[in-house]
Design a protein around this ligand. Sequence first.
Ligand SMILES: [Zn+2]
Length: 320
Amino acid sequence: MKYSITFFLLFFLLALPEVGHVDAQTKHAPGSRGSGAKKKQTVKKKKPSKKTGKKGKKVPEHVWNKTPMLMKYVKPIKNPLPGMDRECIARLRAARIRFDILKGVKGVKTPLKLYETKLGGVVYRRAWNNKTAPWILDCKTVENLIIAGKKLRAYGIASMYWTSAWRYSYVHGTTKLSNHAYGRAIDITAIDGGFGYAALIGGWERCGGCGQGCPSKKGRALRAAVCALKGSGIFKTVYTPDYDALHRDHFHIDSPNEAHKLKVKVKPEHYGKVEDKKEDTPPDGDKKIDKKNDDPDRNHWNDQEPELEYEPPRSRPHHY
Ligand SMILES: [Zn+2]
């Protein structure tokens, strides 16, 4: 054992400078050694840093979707602020919809962060190609989706797969803000139900009306979805693949009609009065629970900067 350890140590001591020598030769010009090699090494290190500096200045970042940068201003609040649609909030509360009222959502009059995925009996599922978009909508959009639920279910539609709700961006190719920026639009890429899973891509068929003349069940269901949303005037606009190439893979559901309102019994408590004193002193029995809920640091929001500054392309999986 002793011999083997001493042999190893000797070998290590002899080999060490050689390794260093080889390393210096491969990194730098042949023949350079010692202090000369070190100088060259420092010169080489400076060059890439200059390059990256130039790159950073050169690339002008045109950000078409500013939503991720705006998320840091978004905070939940307990009571609606002046200018918000308190009537709409009250109706949703009466309908037992779980949500947070938000402040700081740029462009949106009455922004809500939903804790419901089921609206009017239809499940709103996050589409597979969208992991980062916030589930934030204007109150009126939420209300009209609930109203549309009955009609969608009547056509056998169980779920809607959404890719975009509130999104602070322009209409493609213009400098006009999209209705997504006002929380008044939602993009749907697919639906499911008794007919199976029907995506707009591959499922949309050239058949008119509410799908009566469509060759397949899926094509019929997709046409029926448009009728449920738009035909009754619940939403004024629904863009389909028939509208233009930009909508080949999704329905753009837009402009909820103010005339449609949920038929619910609204009670005074649904309006969310400003009663800070009562909220600060909860009844004895619930003190522990309410303390937790009152803690401003304990909320559902992620303070970390989002990984992506943009939305990934819609029609392609992440790994492409
Ligand atoms: Zn859209």
